[in-house]
Ligand binder design. Sequence first.
Ligand code: PEP
Ligand code: MN
Length: 248
Amino acid sequence: MQNKNDSLYIFGPCSLESLEQITPVAALLKRHGLVYLRTQLFKPRTNPDSFQGLGPAGVSILEELRKIYSTSELKFVCEACSTAQLKIIKPWASIIQIGARNMQNFELLKAIGQEFSAHHDYVLLKRGFANTVDEWIEAARYLMQGGVPKEKIVLCERGTRSVTSPTGVQLDFIAALEAKKHGFKVIIDPSHGSKRSEFVIPLARASLHLGLDGLMVECHPKPAESVSDAKQAISLEVTEEFIKTSLK
Ligand code: PEP
Ligand code: MN
């Protein structure tokens, strides 16, 4: 298993919903010396009627968290789907996430290069669910040409569309291992990579055994009540047990 200090472990809900929702997740991370919390204000949703994220209104929740946790105790991971959203999350996010749907949004990739600064730890680039590893690497090169240092780019495998998998998605470990050969940090998202809570921990454990560089896992204090991706949300109890048994 990898040394915890070299690896990147990100936990948190699919979407930021409220202070009540996020506070117990932040406390769980703090208890275990983990720092990266998913705090997604903007959600790219397939269905236009689905919850689209709190948007700029969610910033007040980040402000509240900041009153409790310093920037070294807790760091925010936020997705931007447009340059306008990037400007809103930029002061708050330690990790700027580019989602699967935007992996080839080249203007956004270029803008991130311009906006990336010393207070950002990483750009997290998820693989599009129908993109090749070569396309993924080319997308990373857009970030680099824009000015993001290679060591600040983390690639995240989140599964590809599958006609044979019972969940419609297949986590592609070979793609992750291949991407690692290009010298990038590569982490796994077993939540979107399986779409079902019962598979999240087994896939997370498999990722650790493959020597990959970390994980991004969706968890929620009340999984069934999660406003987005409820079926893949794991409870905080399951999350804590995993951290204790597999990340220590
Ligand atoms: C996410 O991680 O919040 C997300 C939307 O995932 P993906 O872009 O992989 O679908
Ligand atoms: Mn999600």
